[in-house]
Write a protein that binds this ligand. Structure first.
Ligand code: COA
Length: 228
């Protein structure tokens, strides 16, 4: 059979958090291809209840799904799981890009401890990102794994603090924003612009305090949307 032309040639890889059903389907398809088909993992072992408590990651070349992963959150620790790249897209450095994305994403959420179960052959790859082994090798789904942990020991300077909890008590509106986009105005920031345009009687109907409160509120908005 003649090989079909690669429609993704020239496209740049986009790695992102899954934000809609189509992206989720694409991420799950990659996992099905890589783990169920390539690594013979049974469906029930690949797709478990933890899919409902995880952040899903997908990588796209144009419309084509090429990679996937998920991040789960333990107390104080982000756990990287289901890292998968379709065979024809391997060896291009996408594994490094995916891993960098997952580390940055977790740090932005405030996680200094990162943890994963590595297939033993990939231990060296993860060591390159300051992961070290803990415990003893163990086996599941017919593969041998090692536990690996990365702990950021040096605290970030306060000016660069990225933990969302750093905003408690000083910038609560940031904590209303969508995950992964705390530095960009979200839908509830927009709701404040609506408040600014409303009349006193409209605010009274909406059980919002009159002008002085509004003025304080708008002035307290982060610089990217606040008014002087
Ligand atoms: C692991 C995986 C994501 C790496 O993808 P990739 O396209 O090779 O990633 P990159 O091209 O960015 O390479 C990443 C590094 O991993 C190394 N690597 C990739 N496959 C490897 C293998 N089978 N054995 C040892 N090292 C491997 C590469 O040598 C490279 O290291 P280098 O840059 O120092 O040379 C991909 O092979 C995959 O999806 N495998 C199947 C699923 C899987 O096993 N996931 C990991 C579970 S812990």
């Amino acid at each position: 059979m003649t090989a079909l032309p690669d429609k993704t040639a020239g496209d740049e890889l986009l790695i992102k958090m899954v934000e809609n059903e189509e992206e989720k389907q694409k991420a799950f398809l990659v996992r099905a291809i890589v783990y169920m088909h390539e690594q013979n993992c049974p469906y029930q072992e690949e797709f478990d209840l933890n899919d409902y408590s995880a952040t899903h990651i997908v990588g796209l070349l144009g419309e084509e799904p090429v990679l996937a992963a998920r991040i789960r959150y333990l107390p104080d620790t982000a756990k990287f799981e289901r890292v998968a790249i379709r065979t024809k897209y391997r060896g291009r450095g996408y594994g490094h890009q995916l891993f960098r994305f997952m580390i940055d994403f977790s740090r932005q959420k405030g996680y200094d401890r990162l943890y994963l179960h590595a297939q033993s052959r990939l231990q060296q790859f993860y060591e390159g990102y300051d992961f070290h082994t803990v415990g003893s090798p163990f086996v599941f789904s017919d593969h041998e794994y090692v536990e690996m942990l990365s702990e950021r020991t040096e605290p970030e300077p306060p000016a660069q603090a990225t933990s969302p909890t750093a905003y408690i008590g000083s910038d609560p509106m940031r904590l209303n924003r969508p995950e992964g986009r705390l530095d960009q105005p979200g839908p509830l920031d927009d709701s404040l612009a609506r408040l600014e345009e409303s009349t006193d009687s409209e605010r009274a109907t909406a059980h919002v305090q009159p002008s002085p409160f509004k003025a304080n509120l708008v002035a307290s908005l982060p610089g990217d949307i606040g008014h002087s």
